[in-house]
Design a protein around this ligand. Structure first.
Ligand code: SF4
Ligand code: SF4
Length: 455
């Protein structure tokens, strides 16, 4: 398996115009939230609260001893109604803490209104110079921060280079190449100081001297705003505009595009001296360090031609998809609809709108009519379009079949696990074969056959 050194990418219709110019709105505080104890890659959390217990906003309600894991927190103040299995947007049922709010919701200190302060001074009680790398990692872990681009890998683990590894560069991923989604775009425009300060904190945690932000060239305005914010916080920051193509934001592709370094098969960015984080993750790190705010809310793009009023909303984790959609005017009446957690390339179709927004929910996309992928597919005609489209140099038509048929041995030896689930193969397939869904099934079967965890 080879990462292609040159990948043309694919060019789906982006539809960013539906929400790109819509400022982030705070959503209503929900009356009930469902907090899954597994919202990240790695070990699930154990509940640290009991049924009937009172909890306050930001209180830790689940944690795990395992290194690769991330605690979860109450996103509203109220009482634990139950701890039970509940549908998760990933498709499975997950042990979840259900909290009924007491109606006294508040928005926690998130730094609103302090953007004009001098970010290099101790204006909010925290100066980065006073924190050690270990303290930064510890704050990030305690705050439950994971990759907010959708990968949900625990960020504290990413900030812990293995012994003997030297990291010289931290890349922030501001590409947001998935169609429809504009949440990261708005975070960069509205909170550039938090993004840049978070990058500086990551650089300190991993000991890197260089920081780079990669943005697709359809977001030129973000590049200017971030560069301006950097002039007082991190003057040496490089903001690089990249060609708009899908999947420009895939971690290994981004490292190659920005630095010309190739991450070998089965290796991590650490192995080429790089750490990659999403721009919204960097902003969340700033909020955790400066305002002691755990990850209890996130920005979600609600978009698509099937929703009445597309928006970018800042929502509490655990609120149901149904409630979020209501705050966007609900669904349009006409036509068949498909609701996805995420965008149309990597998103997961939802049957039950009671599923909660989780840490990895970057968007809720409602497709309509002809945009919906047909359920029927045709036999493979061996055209090799999927092979050509795969940025990871895989054989999607083969590993797709292996996943569908549960052939875990061949799936593993044909590097099925290296699939980044970008969906390019399904997008180009003339026979409309749901290759990425089959590959996901293959990865799940492989994980369960080896007893590993993941979300
Ligand atoms: S989803 Fe398809 S195209 Fe994308 S990495 Fe996986 S196999 Fe390759
Ligand atoms: S693109 Fe579709 S039809 Fe062509 S080889 Fe791949 S799976 Fe087969």
């Amino acid at each position: 398996m080879l990462l292609k050194t040159f990948h043309r990418g694919v060019h789906p219709s982006y539809h960013k115009e539906l929400t790109r110019d819509k400022p982030i709105e705070p959503a209503a505080i929900p009356g009930r939230v469902v907090i899954p104890l597994w919202q990240h890659t790695g070990s699930p959390c154990e509940p640290t609260v009991k049924k009937g217990e009172d909890v306050t906003e930001g209180q830790k309600i689940g944690d795990a001893k395992s290194f690769v894991s991330s605690p979860v927190h109450a996103s509203i103040t109220g009482k634990v109604k139950d701890i039970t299995m509940h549908p998760h947007p990933g498709g499975a049922k997950v042990l979840s803490v259900i909290i009924d709010g007491d109606g006294r919701g508040t928005h926690p200190q998130d730094g609103s209104g302090v953007e004009k302060k001098d970010w290099n001074k101790d204006s909010d009680g925290v100066a980065l110079e006073k924190l050690t790398p270990e303290e930064i990692r510890s704050i990030v872990r305690d705050a439950g921060i994971v990759g907010l681009g959708g990968a949900t890998f625990p960020t504290s683990v990413k900030l812990t280079p293995p012994k003997g590894i030297l990291v010289d560069t931290v890349i922030l991923n501001g590409c947001e190449c998935e169609p429809y989604l504009t949440a990261d775009h708005r975070v960069m425009l509205e909170s550039p100081d938090k993004v840049v300060w978070g990058l500086k904190a990551i650089m300190k945690a991993v000991g890197a001297a260089r920081g780079v932000i990669g943005i697709e060239d359809n977001k030129e305005g973000c590049a200017m705003i971030l560069s301006k914010a950097a002039s007082s916080i991190l003057p040496e920051l490089k903001v690089v505009l990249l060609k708009t193509k899908y999947p420009q934001g895939a971690e290994k592709m981004l490292i190659h595009a920005l630095m010309g370094r190739k991450v070998p098969a089965g290796k991590l960015p650490f192995d080429v001296g790089v750490v990659v984080n999403n721009v919204a993750t960097a902003a969340a790190i700033t909020e955790a360090i400066r305002y002691k705010k755990p990850l209890i809310e996130r920005v979600v793009t609600v978009s698509g031609n099937g929703v009445r009023t597309p928006k970018n909303l800042r929502v509490r984790l655990g609120v149901s998809f149904a409630e979020v959609l209501i705050q966007c005017g609900g669904l349009v009446q006409e036509g068949e609809k498909e609701i996805l957690a995420g965008g149309p390339m990597m998103g997961i179709a939802q049957k039950d709108l009671d599923v909660p927004v989780v840490k990895g929910t970057s968007g809720i996309t409602v497709l309509r009519g002809g945009e919906i992928k047909p359920l029927r597919y045709e036999p493979c005609i061996r055209c090799a379009s999927c092979v050509e489209a795969c940025p990871m140099g895989l054989m999607p038509y083969r590993i797709g079949d292996m996943g569908r048929l549960g052939m875990t041995g061949p799936f593993k030896s044909w590097s099925g696990s290296a699939c980044i689930e970008c969906g390019c193969c399904s997008f180009v397939c003339p026979s409309k074969r749901p290759l990425v869904q089959w590959i996901r099934v293959g990865k799940m079967k492989l994980r369960s056959s080896s007893g590993a965890s993941g979300a």
